[in-house]
Ligand binder design. Structure first.
Ligand code: SAM
Length: 211
């Protein structure tokens, strides 16, 4: 990820939760994950690219322990304050950027992610890393933008303009995952330079096959 992107999220962290769309988006994705994955309070989970933790906060009663990973120190600072204020002892922030850091030694029953993958240049590598971080039989749930025309972020954005589902499915299968099923989990409204637009978000659910 570029230094520009990192600064962007550091700058936005304090006001991130004030956006009702981001709140609504997280609740919609949490509901879809709950519907499609048999979540358990015995599970150890990893949220990758957690931001201020909106999605994990929506899921925290469904899971035993959640590691909330992000590369933005600003996001992690806000997250730590929120976890402390809520008195939650099973949510743990982690500074992690899998594009540059070594894989953590922990293994998880579930990895989930919302609107982060389009910021990661090498998605094949990220999927391989997620596979390695899952226990055999573990679940993956990725929510992100469907392929769009670039208007979501604007002309200066260097990440992915959403994803083609079949391309991502093929990458998931190549990484070793089973299933890789897609559904539409949210329609995000956003003001752009071309006016108010709607962007569908997919949820991709897959499993690491049992050993
Ligand atoms: C669009 S925000 C989404 C945040 C949160 N998931 C949400 O939906 O509110 C993308 C997040 O991914 C994080 N991020 C971007 N690239 C990353 C990377 N390579 N490793 C870890 N986190 C990353 C950013 O810092 C940011 O918090």
């Amino acid at each position: 990820m570029s230094a520009t992107t990192l600064n962007y999220f550091d700058d936005k962290a304090q006001i991130w939760d004030a956006d009702p769309i981001k709140q609504e988006r997280s609740l919609a994705v949490a509901a879809a994950l709950r519907q499609q994955i048999p979540l358990s309070t015995t599970w150890q989970a990893l949220e990758y690219g957690c931001g201020t933790g909106l999605l994990s906060f929506a899921l925290h009663t469904d899971l035993g322990h959640i590691t909330l990973a992000d590369s933005s120190p600003g996001m992690l600072t806000v997250l730590e304050e929120k976890i402390g204020a809520a008195g939650l002892t099973h949510l743990h922030p982690l500074a992690l950027d899998l594009t540059i850091d070594p894989l953590p030694s922990e293994r998880y029953d579930l990895i989930f992610s919302l609107m982060t993958m389009h910021h990661v240049p090498d998605t094949e590598r990220l999927l391989r890393d997620f596979y390695a971080l899952l226990q055999p039989g573990g679940w993956l749930g990725i929510a992100d933008l469907d392929r769009e025309d670039g208007s979501f972020h604007g002309a200066s954005f260097t990440g992915h303009c959403g994803f083609d589902r079949e391309t991502l499915r093929a990458q998931g299968l190549k990484a070793g995952f089973s299933g890789v099923d897609f559904s539409t989990c949210y329609l995000m409204r956003k003001a752009t330079s071309q006016g108010q637009r709607e962007y569908p978000l997919f949820l991709a659910v897959a499993t690491r096959p049992s050993a």
